[in-house]
Design a protein around this ligand. Structure first.
Ligand SMILES: *Cc1c(COP(=O)(O)O)cnc(C)c1O
Length: 422
């Protein structure tokens, strides 16, 4: 660090309150088993890029065509991110500017269709996302959404029903992708359905992008003409979004992002995305992605062996959805009990849920963050046993305390990446 930088006051000196909150959050992240499947640990390198002076730069527009001057170095950063995204996923075109996954989705809708146009998305209680046409979200206020869901018995997407809904609704876009769906998507079948009704297939791979990058989930590339994603979930990048698409949609997607829905891009975050894309192209990351899935399958089997019911009877991915109504619980109570034992998960609706989303009959949990800490099937099996014990005796305070101690000990043995060692 330069002399000048060293003579400037530190964060702790300028703002001890914010500094303390950050320190406490670091301690929390290192001392709990983080099992919210959309969360992960970005590497120290990613965090360093995001904490850089690139935050100072305005770069409205795209590399080589900006509205401000002084962009030669941030252009380097954005081009690196774009080239790496295209190479990693094997796509024609990428846009790395969306501030988040939700922004990426809105940018695609805005760029590709018109307000009022019909769109088909996945039902929220089947695992779909707010931006796939939930009534409270701008997607439903601006576009005419209909939905498809899962089969009541198998809890797996019913593609015949998707086809029927597509024929009835005649969507301009069909969105496939979910936040709480433990099974593979059949992108081949979804494209056939989209083609049959003349719709564009948009895959929202926010949750599974890291698995796709690492070859642990079938890729939507070559099937979906447009792919959106967040960058901070299984991809382990900074908080943000990204769009990948066929050349045919490149201009419309880019215009949907800027000037359609955003102003200046977050160049420090784009630098973090570039670093993440480099990390995700390694053999080490491929092995990590495979381990995430193996760990989730182990978790699923352990929970089912303990007598718990999982939505769809297991998982193909990084997450499981536990039906806690079967245990006389709701998602809120179950997640509270788990948190007392040091396991952080989230309440979630399950298919055909009878409880409101504020309670939910499910708990959603995943293995990405634990796998990033280096945990393998042996540790995950024990974690699964702990989860089952907690959920089967959620009010047993003594048991909770004893398991909390064991969880703390596991956390100490597997330090989380990106956090200061303590
Ligand atoms: C997480 C998620 C998003 C939104 O991402 P944000 O970065 O939180 O805006 C969109 N779609 C799906 C399917 C998701 O899981």
């Amino acid at each position: 660090m330069s002399t000048v930088a060293r003579t400037q006051p530190t964060l702790a000196e300028v703002d001890p309150e914010v500094a303390a909150a950050i320190r406490h959050e670091e301690e929390r992240q290192s001392s709990v088993l983080e099992m919210i499947p959309s969360e992960n640990y970005a590497s120290r390198a990613v965090i360093e890029a995001v904490g850089s002076v690139l935050t100072n730069k305005y770069a409205e527009g795209y590399a080589g065509a900006r509205y401000y001057h002084g962009n030669e170095f941030v252009d380097d950063v954005e081009v690196l991110a774009l080239e790496r995204a295209k190479a990693l996923f094997g796509v024609d075109h990428a846009n790395v500017q969306p501030h988040s996954g939700a922004q990426a989705n809105m940018a695609v809708y805005l760029g590709v269709i018109k307000p009022g146009d019909p769109v088909l998305g996945m039902q929220l209680d089947a695992g779909g996302h707010l931006t796939h046409g939930h009534p409270v979200n701008a997607s439903a206020k601006l576009y005419n959404f209909a939905s498809y869901g899962v089969d009541r018995e198998t809890e797996v997407i019913d593609y015949d029903l998707m086809l029927k809904a597509a024929k009835d609704h005649q969507p301009k876009i069909i969105v496939v992708g979910a936040t709480a769906y433990p099974r593979h998507f059949d992108f081949v079948r979804a494209r056939e359905i989209a083609d049959e009704v003349g719709a564009v297939l948009m895959a929202d791979m926010a949750h599974i992008a890291g698995l796709v990058a690492g070859g642990a989930h079938p890729s939507p590339v070559g099937h979906a003409q447009i792919i959106t994603t967040s960058t901070h979930k299984t991809l382990r990048g900074p908080r943000g979004g990204m769009v990948l698409c066929d050349q045919k949609y490149a201009r419309r997607v880019d215009r949907g992002v800027f000037p359609g829905t955003q102003g200046g891009p977050l160049m420090h975050v784009i630098a973090g995305k570039a670093v993440m894309l480099k990390e995700a192209a390694t053999e080490e990351f491929r092995q990590h992605a495979a381990q995430v899935v193996e760990n989730a399958k182990t978790l699923a089997q352990t929970l089912m062996d303990a007598g718990l019911r999982l939505v769809s009877g297991g998982t193909d991915t990084h997450l499981v959805l536990i039906d806690v109504a079967k245990l006389g619980l709701d998602g809120q109570r179950a997640a509270d009990a788990l948190e007392r034992a040091g396991i952080v998960a989230n309440k979630n609706a399950i298919p055909f849920d009878t409880l409101p989303p504020t309670e939910g009959s499910g708990v959603r949990m995943g293995t990405p963050a634990l796998t990033s800490r280096g945990m393998g099937v042996d540790e995950i099996r024990r974690v699964g046993e702990i989860i089952a014990q907690v959920l089967q005796a959620p009010d047993d305070a003594a048991l909770g305390k004893q398991l909390r101690a064991e969880v703390s000990e596991m956390c100490a043995r597997f330090p989380a990446p990106g956090l200061p060692s303590r």
